[in-house]
Design a protein around this ligand. Structure first.
Ligand code: MN
Length: 351
């Protein structure tokens, strides 16, 4: 995969590279996935491929997901990544019954915390939790932040078709706001009730289905009024904002028109247009999108202080993309914010 020389070192370029949507999976979780009989076509498509395909891509992803030591550090060296913000890979805990999900979250957090303690200058953890059981999720988030030193929470899309905008999940949002840690809303494949047309065309995974799932999920959380209730809460979404910045004008116009006409009486009246929440409650990473036009567009729409770098290791482990991003023709101070200082602030990496 990596077939070129390492990108320039820190001193030569004037910024550290902090990658903010990087994944891992304990062997025990992959084993649970392997044995899971689930009526969820998105899960079966995604993990059926990665766990069973003999392709170089699948074999390398499965091996690298499990490594929090020598291979990961060597890969970071080879691609000039100074620091990874790491989360349990999607769908994480969110395909299990509540009891299994709770124990998977605790085990994954303990394993990740040990790696972060061994390599504090290279790794920072995001907290796994079991949204199936919001009260336990709140406890695990508190433990992970206060005791393990984690700096964010991972939410891996819907849970078996259930999106997390409902009031029963708001204690999780309340806890994140109170602890002042962002929630990284990571993709999952589209749920069973909407995946058929994606699967038919081979578009259910990261190619497109992920973006539809996460864009929809973020919008549902905004439209449910979560940020009117928790105005300081911060979310992070990857993949150049899951297309939401590109849709922003239409979202504002049509959602505003629908609200004024009370088209959907069951929905709350929002205090602000959707763009307000994108600009005040959402950070965007470029994960998987090493493309200046999209990154600059996000910076323009939601602000240079809200767009962060991510590689999406090990799924998109590409040294050439790091070089492409180094060479973006944007102001030097914007580039430093993108690669380094925004992440330092959002994840509180420096005192
Ligand atoms: Mn990812």
């Amino acid at each position: 995969m990596v077939n070129n020389d390492a990108p320039a070192r820190t001193a030569a370029r004037g910024y550290r590279r902090i990658a903010t949507e990087e994944a891992f999976a304990p062997a025990s979780v992959l084993e649970l996935y392997r044995n899971l009989k689930l009526d969820d076509p998105g899960f079966n498509s995604l993990w059926g491929f990665y766990l069973n395909s003999p392709s170089e891509r699948a074999v390398s992803v499965i091996r690298r997901l499990q490594d929090l030591g020598a291979e990961r550090l060597a890969d970071m060296e080879a691609t000039g990544i100074d620091h990874q913000i790491i989360a349990l890979t999607s769908p994480g805990t969110q395909v299990f019954d509540a009891a299994t999900a709770r124990s998977v979250a605790i085990e994954a957090n303990d394993i990740l915390a040990e790696a972060c303690r061994a390599h504090p200058d290279r790794y920072t953890g995001m907290a796994a939790m079991a949204p199936q059981d919001p009260a336990s999720a709140v406890k695990e988030i508190e433990r992970a932040v206060r005791q393990l030193g984690f700096k964010a929470v991972i939410l891996n899309g819907h849970t078996l078709g259930e999106y997390h905008d409902g009031a029963q999940y708001w204690p999780i949002f309340e806890a994140a706001e109170a602890l002042d840690v962002p929630i990284y809303l990571h993709p999952n494949a589209p749920p069973k009730q909407m995946i058929a047309p994606f699967l038919e065309a081979g578009l259910d995974g990261a190619v497109y289905g992920f973006g539809v799932d996460t864009g929809l999920h973020m919008l549902r959380i905004i439209c449910a009024g979560v940020f009117d209730r928790f105005p300081k809460l911060q979310f992070i979404i990857g993949h150049a904002g899951e297309a939401l910045p590109f849709w922003q004008y239409r979202l504002d116009y049509m959602y505003g028109a629908g609200q004024r006409a009370r088209r959907y009486p069951h929905m709350p009246l929002l205090a602000h247009p959707i763009s307000h929440y994108l600009a005040n409650n959402v950070y965007i990473t470029n994960s998987g999108v090493a493309w200046q036009p999209a990154i600059e567009f996000c910076q323009k729409v939601i602000g240079v202080d809200r767009v962060l770098y991510a590689m999406d290791y090990p799924y998109q482990f590409q040294a050439d993309e790091v070089r492409t991003l180094d060479e973006m023709s944007i102001p030097d101070d914007h580039k430093k914010k993108f690669f380094q200082t925004n992440a330092e602030r959002v994840f509180k990496l420096v005192d």
